[in-house]
Ligand binder design. Structure first.
Ligand SMILES: [Zn+2]
Length: 59
């Protein structure tokens, strides 16, 4: 399997992304460079946006 070494945009962690990763084809495409965000940061972003989507309780 092929890997590409990339760096997480948010935490700076260096990761080897395998070709079975959903972002691999985007990461190797020089025409469309895309930012890589590691699973840990991705989960955190998803969690935070879920929190923001919840309706605020009236005080
Ligand atoms: Zn990260």
């Amino acid at each position: 399997m092929n890997y590409i070494r990339t760096r997480c945009l948010m935490c700076g962690k260096i990761e080897d992304v395998g070709e079975d990763h959903q972002d691999y084809s985007k990461l190797i495409d020089p025409q469309k460079p895309s930012a890589f965000i590691c699973d840990m940061c991705r989960n955190r972003v998803r969690y935070e946006s879920d929190e923001q989507r919840k309706p605020k309780k009236p005080i």
